[in-house]
Design a protein. Structure first.
Length: 140
């Protein structure tokens, strides 16, 4: 398979196999007016298989979403066909409006203007808790 290189944009690499579509949805890449390539189940040296997303546009992306869905992904920033920045993403300490609280009694269910804010409470088990009602949300 041959996917063209990009001149200016972003490559999200080392995505756990099968998680690229979730990132595509949460990052709202379907709303872009640019080429987006999703490569699923590519061979990887680090793990057996991986997914890759190539975005042929220099857009702002949410590192919080990346860290929530798949901590450990690598983001490569490409300008003029050259790699200018490489960043490994970790789990964010706080998430704002990335996930929604599922507790129907939480204030976020009744007050629509309140942000959905979650705090990382258990890094090992990848658990976030709503700051208002303490309802847990696991990453996967």
């Amino acid at each position: 398979m041959n996917i063209d290189s990009i001149q200016n944009g972003i490559v999200i690499d080392h995505i756990t196999a099968g998680r690229a579509m979730r990132l595509y949805e949460l990052l709202k890449l379907d709303e872009l007016d640019a080429s987006v390539a999703i490569i699923k189940n590519a061979t990887s040296h680090r793990s057996e298989k991986k997914d890759i997303i190539k975005i042929d546009s220099d857009i702002p992306i949410s590192f919080d979403v990346l860290g929530y869905v798949d901590p450990g992904v690598t983001v490569n920033i490409i300008r003029n066909g050259e790699l200018v920045e490489k960043r490994r993403i970790d789990m964010p300490e706080m998430l704002t409006n990335v996930i929604r609280c599922k507790n129907p009694r939480c204030i976020t269910s009744t007050e629509r203007a309140i942000d959905h804010v979650f705090k990382l409470t258990d890094r090992k088990n990848e658990v976030y808790r709503c700051i208002y009602c303490e309802t847990a949300a696991k990453t996967n």
